[in-house]
Design a binder for this molecule. Structure first.
Ligand code: BGC
Ligand code: NOJ
Length: 815
């Protein structure tokens, strides 16, 4: 069953009924100000950091779901009827409803009783505000007297404190109202030099700033007293829950349309210009007023929309494909890069599942997020790599996350994940292959952000390699530490305390738990590091890395192979994990794909055997599960992985992030059918028709789909912020379509399914557009041929053209 459809031309997903299985959301903003917006206008907004600078409140486990966000009420002042054009929270029946989620904007349209409302939501480029441009049309044969009410519930900045510290925060709330604009001033009197504000482009008939005054005692947002009665009292909040609620009246002739814009903004003032005049208690509102004034002009929001759309057209221009498969084309051309951008911006911090409180920018996560979109925003990727590297610890290790506002690392969600450093090498390699910009390696980068500790970035890479080499266990495999990619494989934690965090509980000392996964990751990273060193002419370092990769490969061959697949780990006391000798968790997906990517086991056929084992034991119609059999009971020696009910999350869920590794492995071993098959199993567009089972958005990947052991097999959870986005982009574009940046040129080496006749693509790479046409070739030559501007080349890597060459024509004749 579907709840909408793709509009590929407009690059929109059109939701046609409001009661989607879960809130289906969009992200507005991509620089400093971000807003999450559901198809019923729920969600929240923040400046840079979802935890520390939250503008409006959102309650995650509310009933009904997704009440909270942008409250927009239309009231018929003739008969007192009122409704929300986005359906929530009144849920009054609508005669028409659509929500169009586009790239960086959303339009929600709803009609009732001959009054149509279409609201465009966006964050204007360069602005720290979200704009709701409401267009109201009277389709009645008679004039309509209406009131529009726009409202937001302010968060008292620190979202954690706002939801917990009631001793303090019931008393701190402060507002200021001036010219119909509500300024949210909590803590402005002391150490903050920023405030939020809520304004309307049209004259305001009334306002409330006290939630109780707007809603009425013991009432909810579904029947606010002020809207019901049609009048506001002009309340001023003193503590409790400050809101911004504005009323504006409209009289519309038959057929007439009018635009009214509400704006939720964030403004910072220089510390010495906080008040106007200085020394008074009146906040300096000049910056906010300048923004508001711009939106008094009709057409400003349309201009913003054009700018947002144009920016996306430019970004997406880096890679466009025509394969004939709509699920491939729309994901590769539009939605997958879009999701990659959101994950790049927010890592795992803020979604409908990530409260924005617990997690900042993940070290492992942010490095991987880069892989999917270096080509789209190379400059920002450069800056991000330097930010991440600056949080690295002097021993080469990493904090598991850092806060975006401060850029400082912390151990709030644990530390000592021994895979972390290797991902930095992969991110830098991806950046270099895309851009050829070797200067980044010489950038001075601090250690643990300590001023004066800077050494060049290439030194950070060296220490990433050293970090693993200094932490090897008895089998010559890397010690796992807290965990590796699988945060829940906690082989050293042994937690027996109910509720104790597996991520932060102390590790039991003295163990020898080793990770075969990190071993494979290390081989991949060490090879990349060797190639990077060679680019810099550092042969000794290149040889060292290559030798380390070979030694690790030997350890994997000796101790990582189980007979039909790669093992997962050795536990605290050296027992096998992920082996046929185990009762549960015999085979894990992670090492099987990764070994192929690292080039381990290709020559001796082990990788091919491992891939076959995955297909036989782990693949389901909804994707590939993490391991089998699932853990039926809690295993003290394995940790959080066994704490989940079977089939969910890390306990044999379909953790989508890992599936592209198998797609890549299939492609590396030449199986285009197998690769695309896996690709389509988790592709959200391909799952659109089963939206009532899948439940999450059909336009973005989810972190997890319930595995075959789960009663709700096929149900997705935790959409949007997942490494799945980046890895699927890599798998489909670089390995299946085979358009792969390398240090010395673009390789085009497709591994496509037998049923495809070919495909076309354009790829912008280092300033040159490659027009690529892939065809099946039955005439003559049995080997695949790559023809560049009419001349066949050796192999599939296209030598870099003269700088400034605008276009290169590439024809690939697949044998
Ligand atoms: C989740 C993981 C997550 C980890 C760290 C665990 O509870 O299952 O998916 O990576 O927490 O935040
Ligand atoms: C989610 C985390 O963000 C990611 O870093 C981790 O690899 C996966 N969970 C698997 O545990």
């Amino acid at each position: 069953m579907r709840y909408g459809h793709f509009d590929d031309e407009q690059r929109e997903y059109v939701i046609t009924r409001p009661d989607t299985p879960l809130p289906w959301i969009n992200y507005l903003g991509s620089e400093d100000f971000f807003a999450l917006l559901s198809n019923t206008a729920g969600g929240y907004a923040f400046y840079r950091d979802a935890k520390l600078r939250r503008l409006i409140r959102y309650r995650y486990n509310n009933a009904p779901l997704d009440v909270g966000g942008r409250f927009l009420y239309v009231r018929d002042d003739d008969d007192g009827d009122y409704w929300n054009p986005g359906w929530q929270p009144t849920q009054r029946e609508l005669d028409s409803y659509t929500c169009r989620h586009g790239l960086g904007y959303t339009v929600i349209a709803g009609g009732r009783g001959g009054i149509r409302t279409e609201t465009l939501y966006l964050v204007p480029p360069g602005e720290t505000a979200e704009v709701w441009r409401v267009r109201v049309t009277n389709d009645r044969p008679v004039p309509a007297r209406l009131s529009l009410f726009g409202a937001v519930e302010f968060c008292l900045w620190d979202a954690q404190d706002d939801a917990t510290n009631f001793q303090r925060n019931l008393s701190t709330g402060e507002v200021h109202v001036e010219d119909g604009v509500v300024y949210h001033l909590t803590e402005y009197r002391e150490r903050r030099d920023h405030f939020a504000w809520f304004a309307c482009s049209a004259p305001v008939q009334g306002f409330e700033t006290s939630r109780e005054a707007f809603l009425g005692p013991y009432r909810g947002w579904d029947r606010p007293l002020a809207v019901e009665g049609g009048a506001m009292t002009g309340s001023i909040a003193h503590g409790w829950q400050p809101v911004g609620a504005l009323q504006t009246a409209l009289v519309l002739e038959p057929g007439e349309s009018r635009d009214v814009t509400f704006i939720l903004g964030y403004t910072e003032n220089p510390a010495d210009r906080k008040y106007d005049p200085p020394g008074s208690s009146r906040p300096n509102t000049s910056r906010a007023r300048a923004v508001i004034d711009r939106y008094r002009h009709a057409g400003q929001a349309d201009q913003d929309l054009a700018a947002v759309r144009a920016a996306w057209t430019e970004r997406l221009g880096y890679l466009q494909v025509v394969t004939g498969d709509p699920h491939v084309d729309r994901m590769v051309n539009t939605w997958n890069p879009y999701q990659c951008m959101v994950t790049f911006n927010l890592s795992r911090s803020a979604s409908m599942f990530e409260s924005g409180i617990g997690r900042g920018m993940g070290f492992r996560d942010s490095n991987q997020d880069l892989l999917g979109l270096v080509h789209v925003i190379p400059d920002r990727a450069r800056g991000r790599i330097l930010d991440i590297a600056a949080t690295q610890l002097p021993d080469g290790g990493a904090y598991h996350q850092y806060q975006p506002l401060t850029k400082r690392g912390n151990n709030d969600i644990g530390s000592g994940f021994n895979d972390d450093p290797a991902w930095l090498v992969l991110a830098v390699a991806a950046y270099l292959k895309e851009t050829g910009d070797l200067t980044i390696l010489d950038e001075p980068v601090a250690w643990d952000n300590a001023e004066g500790s800077e050494t060049p970035l290439h030194d950070h890479l060296r220490r990433c390699i050293d970090f693993t080499l200094k932490r090897l266990g008895p089998h010559g495999l890397p010690l796992i530490g807290r965990a590796d990619w699988n945060d829940c494989l906690n082989l050293n934690v042994f937690s027996e305390q109910p509720g104790e965090s597996f991520q932060t509980a102390p590790n039991r000392p003295g163990g020898v738990a080793e990770s075969v996964f990190i071993a494979g990751l290390f081989v991949l990273a060490a090879r990349e590091a060797a190639a990077i060193a060679r680019l810099r002419g550092e042969e000794a370092e290149a040889d060292r890395c290559r030798a380390a990769a070979e030694a690790m490969t030997a350890s994997i061959e000796a101790h990582g192979w189980d007979g039909a697949w790669y093992r997962r780990a050795y536990d605290h006391v050296g027992r096998l994990v992920g082996s046929a000798s185990n009762d549960e968790g015999q085979i894990y997906i992670e090492p099987q794909g990764l070994m192929a990517m690292a080039g381990v086991g290709l020559a001796d056929g082990r990788t091919q055997t491992a891939i076959a084992s995955v297909r036989e034991r782990l693949a389901t119609p909804h994707g590939i599960v993490l391991h089998q059999p699932a853990y039926a009971t809690y295993h003290l020696e394995l940790g959080e992985i066994s704490s989940y009910p079977p089939g969910y999350k890390e306990n044999a869920g379909i953790f989508c992030h890992t599936n592209p590794w198998l797609m890549i492995a299939e492609a590396i071993t030449g199986n285009g059918d197998g690769a695309l098959d896996y690709y389509l199993r988790i592709n959200p567009s391909a799952r659109e028709a089963i939206s009532d089972i899948h439940r999450c958005e059909p336009y973005v990947y989810a972190q997890m789909i319930a595995g075959r052991d789960a009663p709700t097999h096929g149900e997705a959870k935790n959409s949007w912020l997942t490494g799945t986005a980046a890895w699927n982009m890599v798998a489909i574009s670089q390995w299946i379509l085979g358009i792969r940046p390398e240090h010395d040129g673009l390789r085009v080496e497709p591994v496509i399914p037998a049923s495809w006749a070919g495909f076309r693509a354009t790829r912008l790479f280092r300033g040159t557009t490659y027009d690529i046409e892939v065809v099946r070739w039955s005439g003559g030559d049995p080997a695949t041929q790559v023809i560049v501007d009419g001349s066949p080349i050796e192999g599939s890597r296209i030598p870099l053209p003269e700088p400034g060459t605008p276009r290169v024509r590439v024809e690939v004749r697949l044998s």
